[in-house]
Design a binder for this molecule. Structure first.
Ligand SMILES: Nc1ncnc2c1ncn2[C@@H]1O[C@H](COP(=O)(O)OP(=O)(O)OP(=O)(O)O)[C@@H](O)[C@H]1O
Ligand SMILES: [Mg+2]
Length: 222
């Protein structure tokens, strides 16, 4: 009896970790068999290449690593996490909530390609990770939609205004803008569930957003 994989996706600083934790607490309080995972898995050696990439060892411009190479760094980290930490749990019927997943490769690596190449890239990506590597397909992807300007402000608060703590994705505003276009494209074309996190130019409260997500997930897990 296979379990369920729920993915919380969104741009940098959109509230993924916050909402993953909230959903985890909600399901736990409902006595569900649930665990949460987060990608990249920075605790594990399997994220070594992701760390090298994000810290700029291959170049400080995100475009210095092509989308297929960068996707591979993240994909093998997910394979390792699945094999070591949650395959057994998932295959025995557990609910897994993931803060980022293969879907993050779709968002962040499409941003390096012209839009006419997005569809082919996503087809390659999903076939690589879900079919060839064999990691699970999400049953539901929640897309936390924010205005990059506002999520950047939240990140600035987190980093106390210090730019040099940002990784190469976070530090590149143009890249972030293209990532938002890619994320909107994915949400529209891949059946993601969009949760609008901005209202009247401001971030909605954590509770408000969490309420929307709980309603969505109720119908998914029944
Ligand atoms: N609805 C909200 N309103 C205001 N602040 C929020 C909200 N949700 C999250 N935050 C704050 O914004 C920052 C980013 O949130 P969080 O770490 O959950 O986002 P993230 O999507 O996981 O970020 P990253 O992409 O960098 O991993 C944190 O400091 C968090 O406390
Ligand atoms: Mg996070």
């Amino acid at each position: 009896m296979k379990g369920k994989l729920i993915v919380i996706e969104g741009l940098d600083g959109s509230g993924k970790a916050t909402q993953t934790q909230k959903l985890y607490e909600t399901l736990k309080a409902d006595n569900r068999n649930v665990m949460k995972v987060s990608f990249p898995d920075y605790e594990s050696n399997s994220s070594a290449l992701v760390k090298m990439y994000l810290s700029g060892e291959f170049g400080t411009d995100p475009d210095s690593v092509n989308p297929y190479a960068a996707s591979s760094f993240y994909a093998v980290d997910r394979f390792a996490s699945y094999a070591k930490n949650w395959k057994k749990f998932y295959l025995s019927g557990g609910i897994v909530i993931a803060d980022r997943y293969t879907t993050s490769n779709a968002v962040h690596q499409c941003a390096k390609l012209p839009q006419e190449k997005w569809k082919d890239f996503i087809e390659w990506l999903f076939s690589y990770e879900y079919e060839l590597l064999g990691i699970p397909v999400p049953c539901c992807t929640v897309y936390l939609r924010v205005d990059p300007k506002i999520s950047q402000e939240l990140l600035n608060i987190r980093y106390n205004g210090s730019q040099d703590k940002k990784d190469i994705h976070e530090a590149d505003v143009g890249y972030l803008r293209r990532s938002r276009q890619a994320a909107d494209f994915c949400a529209k074309n891949l059946g993601w569930n969009t949760v609008e996190c901005i209202r009247d130019g401001e971030m909605r409260s954590v509770e408000d957003i969490s309420c929307d997500i709980n309603k969505l997930i109720e119908s998914v897990i029944k």
